[in-house]
Design a protein around this ligand. Structure first.
Ligand SMILES: *Cc1c(COP(=O)(O)O)cnc(C)c1O
Length: 480
């Protein structure tokens, strides 16, 4: 294909990206539909009322008032018939459920870690590892913050330090691995505070807050080598590790012929353990785990999980949930699944770029991020432009997105001022195996409509602010 008039979203190192038309047919879903869930289409008047009641926060909308729900890819996946069949095989014993052992086996087989602690979801695992490894006054470097990850580090007395490459903060830069850790930043932190004050580095694969950008295998290898030299652990946030593995397969030289399980295994081999939200990669509606190689850390986690989640062989999950997650590991590692999953996101990205809509490039694995600063240049960051844009998109079409900007970033606990993230984004997140290409077309048309009328969009003021993770429950009003 040599049609150079097409925009491109997915670069390959050392060569220009293929026009996305090249892959259009390739992402056809590797499944057919056996059961459907009916959607409700609302009127504009109904949406105006619903949005006002929700305080202009899409998190506070009732899902019944939403047409296409792109709030999150967390727990919104459609399970397969094989997973549902597994639900019927739940062994709801209090202790030693067979589904725990099935899950343990698949975690060992696919991720390669030795020990498993199930948790009710990802943040349960983050809580445990933060409590166990972080002492007050410690520093925890990470490739961009994630909301719950950073909060648990802070609650344990640690300070999060962002060590992601600078390119991640630009929505234009086409680096294929914008999730990479900047080793110089890690070295600078070690020089400043000393390795003893750094219990571990948390490496997210892919990086949610940077737009689902992946980390390269080379970078993981380099991080491992540096940390080993200084006796610092590497803990993966493996929430979207399989999507990251897919990006390595298609973008990093030397991996095209490797299978996803082989790549995943190698990625995890450069770490000591992982926190995991099964609600993303693993195609379930609830579940997560902590996986760890060190016996001492495992032992402590096994003690603590009983206090906070449940016995160490269920960690807050029903047996059936563990079975669905265990089976989800196998399905999520399928290259055709990942290709369709990421292909759908690329399809929408491509169409939005063709319409000159400002989005984060390259398109990441689980979401399209609208660049609200470029979309609404007439608004100040303290007018909450991304929040306002998400609200407008809902009014226009009943599509639910979420803010990933100044509201999500929260406040600096020292100064009390907002954090001012460089990127002010609206996230359109794609549940796995849920929406069709026609839904994607409706989405594209709606975003274009909002873009054409963007001058009319006003900023918001915050009228209620919760103490923690304010983006979930904050309320707003339009600026008069
Ligand atoms: C969702 C998510 C988490 C937290 O997991 P929950 O299951 O929502 O508690 C942690 N890290 C990343 C990157 C996530 O996307």
């Amino acid at each position: 294909m040599s049609n150079t008039t097409h925009h491109t979203t997915q670069p390959k190192p050392g060569q220009p990206a293929q026009p996305a038309t090249h892959v259009k047919r390739a992402w056809a879903e590797p499944f057919k539909i056996k059961m459907v869930e009916l959607l409700k289409v609302t009127t504009r008047e109904e949406r105006v009322a619903a949005l006002q009641e929700a305080g202009y926060n899409t998190f506070l909308l009732k899902s019944d008032d939403v047409y296409i729900d792109l709030l999150t890819d967390s727990g919104t996946n459609a399970m397969s018939d094989v997973q549902w069949a597994g639900m019927m095989l739940g062994d709801e014993a209090y202790a030693g459920s067979r589904n725990y052992y099935n899950l343990e086996q698949n975690v060992q087989k696919y991720y390669g870690y030795k020990h498993l602690i199930p948790t009710h979801q990802g943040r349960g695992a983050e809580h445990l590892i933060s409590r166990i490894l972080i002492k007050p006054g410690d520093f925890v470097p990470g490739n961009m913050y994630f909301t719950t990850t950073r909060l648990h580090q802070e609650l344990a007395g640690g300070t999060f330090v962002d060590v992601i490459v600078d390119e991640a903060h630009s929505s234009e830069n086409l680096n294929p691995f914008k999730g990479n850790v900047d080793l110089k930043k890690v070295e600078a932190l070690i020089a400043k505070v000393g390795a003893k004050k750094i219990p571990y580095i948390s490496v997210a694969v892919t990086v949610n807050m940077a737009g689902g950008q992946p980390v390269s295998m080379q970078n993981l290898r380099d991080v491992r080598a540096l940390c080993k030299k200084h006796g610092i652990r590497v803990i993966l946030d493996a929430t979207r590790a399989m999507e990251n593995a897919y990006f390595i397969k298609v973008r990093e030289s030397g991996y095209a012929d490797k299978s996803i399980p082989e790549i995943l295994h190698e990625m995890c081999s450069y770490s000591d353990g992982a926190t995991m939200s099964g609600k993303k990669d693993l195609l379930v509606n609830i579940g997560g785990f902590l996986a760890i190689n060190e016996w001492d850390v495992f032992e402590e986690a096994r003690n603590l999980v009983v206090v906070y989640e449940g016995l160490h062989t269920y960690g807050g999950l029903a047996g059936r949930d563990m079975e669905a997650m265990s089976r989800g590991i196998v399905e999520a590692c399928d290259a055709d699944h990942l290709r369709a999953r990421i292909g759908q996101v690329e399809y929408v990205g491509e169409r939005l770029l063709q319409a000159d809509i400002p989005i984060v490039k390259p398109v990441g694995g689980h979401a399209i991020f609208l660049d609200a600063k470029k979309f609404l240049p007439h608004l100040k960051q303290t007018d909450f432009p991304a929040q306002a844009l998400a609200a407008e998109l809902y009014l226009e079409s009943g599509i639910r997105a979420m803010e990933r900007g100044i509201v999500s970033a929260g406040r600096n606990k020292e100064t009390g001022d907002h954090y001012y993230p460089a990127l002010e984004l609206v996230r359109l997140t794609f549940p796995r195996r849920v929406y069709t290409q026609a839904h994607c077309d409706v989405l594209v048309e709606s975003v274009i409509e909002v873009f054409q009328n963007r001058q009319k969009i006003k900023g918001l003021k915050m009228v209620y602010e919760p103490k923690y993770l304010r983006f979930f429950q904050a309320k707003f009003e339009p600026i008069a």
